[in-house]
Design a protein around this ligand. Structure first.
Ligand code: NDP
Length: 278
């Protein structure tokens, strides 16, 4: 059973409004156990990537869950060194094989890099028209990347997955994406363990609503229309992070969390992050 509300992407397909991320979750037993735990807790969206090196374990957990493949929304990503029109197809097939499935729900370009994201995206468009993926999109795209992409390609991305949390609320990109019908997904939604979850604001709001700081932040994402994909390998936290659909933050409390913004990036800047690009 799942109690996660369903949203719709710009091509009409349904997507759970909260997901489970597996960055830095080890291939093998750790990812298998965590994904299984997440599916049992009610998550129906799993976010992995070729570079995470754990697609096989994700695929095994999905099979072991007893759920039908179509009950799960599966995302994976094209790594930087596989950018380029022809190389996308090989990378995609490798991911499919590891995930032990014949389609993915959402295929994303992992980072923009320098000069190959347009041709790479054209290959994603082909995968989409061949019905091998149900939706396509990007990660870590600034507004200028999105504008360039949309000027040169046909399909408006269904998703832009970006670093987004209370220390960096990405208001500009969020407004731009809302205007264009691009769903924003938050990576590092809980500040990757690098921010202060125990800050006075989150603790006091937690006390007010009878929730944990993490639940307050995840609820803030949800009410902002942002799809969060928190990661945890801790069973109690996996359950805690999905238990956010029985309360609502007031507008005033939403604004307090908005005001926590410092435009503070905790990870790489997409304009300068070239790791994995030649
Ligand atoms: P998160 O913000 O999800 O933070 C994960 C950290 O928070 C872990 O250390 C986890 O610890 C801890 N944590 C989880 N739940 C709680 C809780 N309830 N209370 C206290 N601590 C908690 O960071 P991620 O970087 O993992 O981002 C989420 C997902 O986004 C990734 O897993 C990945 O799928 C995606 N991502 C995408 C990127 C991209 O470039 N497209 C880049 C980075 C991430 P523990 O596991 O020990 O419980």
């Amino acid at each position: 059973m799942t109690n996660v509300p369903i949203w719709k992407l710009n091509n009409g397909i349904e997507i759970p409004s909260l997901g489970f991320g597996v960055f830095k979750v080890k291939e093998g037993d750790e990812v298998f156990r965590s994904v299984l735990e997440a599916l049992e807790a009610g998550y129906r969206l799993i976010d992995t990537a070729a570079i995470y090196g754990n697609e096989e374990g994700v695929g095994r957990a999905i099979k072991a869950s007893g759920l039908k493949r179509e009950e799960i929304f599966l995302t994976t990503k094209l790594w930087n060194t596989d950018q380029g029109y022809d190389s996308v197809f090989e990378a995609f097939e490798t991911s499919l094989k590891k995930l032990d499935t014949d389609y993915v729900d959402l295929y994303l370009i992992h980072w923009p890099g320098k000069d190959k994201f347009v041709e790479s995206y054209k290959a994603l468009e082909k995968l989409y028209s061949d019905k091998k993926v149900r939706a396509i999109g990007v990660c870590n795209f600034h507004i200028h990347h999105l504008e360039e992409l949309m000027a040169e390609t046909e399909i408006v991305p269904a998703m832009n997955q970006i670093e987004l949390h209370p220390l960096m609320n990405q208001r500009d990109i969020l407004d731009f994406c809302k205007d264009k019908g691009i769903q924003v997904e938050a990576w590092g939604p809980l500040m990757q363990g690098k921010g202060d979850l125990e800050a006075e604001l989150f603790v006091s709001l937690g006390n007010k609503y009878g929730k944990s700081p993490a639940q307050i932040i995840l609820r803030w994402h949800h009410q902002n229309g942002v799809l969060a994909i928190p990661k945890s390998v801790t069973p109690s936290r996996i359950k805690e992070n999905i238990d956010i659909f029985d309360f609502e933050l007031t507008e005033e409390d939403m604004k307090k969390i908005d005001a926590h913004n410092e435009n503070r990036r905790l990870s790489a800047d997409p304009d300068t992050f070239m790791n994995g690009f030649e």
